[in-house]
Write a protein that binds this ligand. Sequence first.
Ligand code: ADP
Ligand code: ZN
Length: 697
Amino acid sequence: MAQEGRYISVILPLRLEWEPCYRLPEGMEVRPGDRVRVLFAHREYTAVVEKTGIRPQTAPEKIQDILGTENRIPPVLPEEIRLWRAVSDYYLCSVGEVYKAAYPSLRRDQEEAGARQRERMERSLAALRLKMEKARREDTRERYRLETEALEARLSGTLTEVQRPDMDLTPAQEQAAEQIRTAFRSGKTVLLDGVTGSGKTEIYLQLASETLRKGRNVLYLVPEIALSRQLETRVGKVFPDVRIFHSGESAARRQETAERIRQGKGYIVLGTRSALLLPHNGLGLIIVDEEHDLSYKQDSPAPRYHARETAVMLGLIQGAHVLLGIATPSLESLYNAEKGRFTRVNLKERYHQGAEVAVEIVDTVAERRKRGMTGSLSRKLLSRIGSNLESGGQTLVLRARKAYAPMVQCTECGHVIKCPHCNVSLSLHRNPDRLICHYCGHTEPFVPSCPKCGMPLQPLGTGIQKVEEELRALFPSARIESLDSDTPDAQEADIIERFARREIDILVGTQIITKGFDFAHLHLVAVLQADSLLGVQDFRADEKAFQLLEQFRGRSGRRDEPGTLVIQTRNPDHPVFARLQGLQTTNILEERRLFGYPPFTRIIQLVLRDPYEKRVSFMAGELSRALRSRLDGGPAVIGPYAPAVDRVADRHIRHIRIMLPRDKMLLERKKAIAATVISFEKERKYAGFIAIDVDPA
Ligand code: ADP
Ligand code: ZN
């Protein structure tokens, strides 16, 4: 006879559509949120108790006992589980997948590492106190005092008698802040639309201060780690107890931060999207800076969530206000503002007035004809760099390709060296010379003769290392560096610091240099081969290019001196450039409405990955047929089709896209799609090959 009250359901860190049932052994008590160890399919997992005292659906003799409880780990908060459910419903993934993302490395050794770190911090606190007492000079003692306080704050989680200062806002900023407060009072999410340099950050800090003074907590999101590093100092000056949270922090440190936050006593966290999944408690304000940034969307694995949407969900659960900051609003947010879901607050005045940024377009086809090009650089750009150097200004050069050259080709037979695991060419990297696949990381030595015919191989195209080499040859006395996502963290931090100290004149880089840089002497920013940013297949590529260029343009002219953005392109008449120059004619939102593209529809993308090409083609065809019949004429099902890179890491890839109208049927249809995929996986024994991506980037 099944004994009621002895059965519980648990959330496993897996892609499961249901919460399995377990039995509690005699004498063991648990509550929802507690962590327990269980066996599932012969493997041991740490699961979260979902419900207790449930009535089992299966025969009691088939139900296993839990193996034990993890009572050293604090329980998951009910609000966390509510967020996991909201994310799982929206992004069509399992609750367990969200749990896994929130608690990626729950391992005992790490918790113990956390304890060791604490001991270390306590030791250095004692040392600091000693130094402070012994310091003779007033300013040295003051410095030790500040360090001691900061460390004490880190150890205790809060500053005792913390001052939460007011920022010194300009009248325009104060007016915007007041509009935001008013909108917050009526429960609205706010879209702060302010040009770069208008002081959005100052407004965030002011509102954060007010929130903390009320005893509520603050979450401040940035799209990337590099940006959080730059903001760390600025935010740290106002809030010495700010906690940093992103994947670049050690696991022990992240664990420690999570525990502080769970206690919920006056905290401010600065982090990337994963900070949304912390055990938040008493949150009063969520700031999402640069809300349009593509890095906010998780690509893989599930949950494939976007920080903006998830912040709104978290805000609802926590009763927290949500503030989205932007220089160029995403269409998604413009749509929400138009629908009255968001309140838009404008801040069009730059703090440092007069810092306008002129745009100059250089037509590289015409220039080449006139012999106006030296390698990948136009004479027009070179003369601007030259005079900027002379006047002591700094320059950023953007080229959206890593490495030295994106391709090597045989001069004789035309053979291109490709990755053995992916359908892409290998990139040539210098110092040391080697070929690297930017999709799977495959690396091989560079042998400069063709494997087919033995004739010499030639690098084709220009990556940032090549641009750096060209610039060094042209400006031998200038201090030049380059930066891309391969640059090790420590080196990246070093380059940014040196740039801030004006020890670098020209910095060449990929997209990572378009964000966050706020430097007084940066007067010139230039884009090479801007065409590589423009869209061919993807209707959204132009929008992305525009936002990237607008963001990049904001890097220069940050003080009272005007700046210049130079764009080298083969398509000088492209509408994206016209829009940058303020010559825009079409209304993009209107265009999207006309064609039924997002944000007027929602896209759900199904991605199939399979080692066997024949099988993936067949399955993708069958799946799209199944979807068409299930959705029955309503939404458009596009594909299956092979994406531009159709094999990565020995997996063949096929996509299916579904455009869902944003109407009453939306939720129901999303559920129908998920259900179709699940039953397809079961019937065809094809589990593990299909990923669902809602609102793909
Ligand atoms: P945004 O975040 O909108 O790009 P920032 O907050 O970075 O703008 O401001 C741009 C620059 O102007 C920064 O160097 C900042 O320190 C300065 N600034 C903006 N507002 C103020 C203010 N009220 N008082 C002092 N400096 C300000
Ligand atoms: Zn590869």
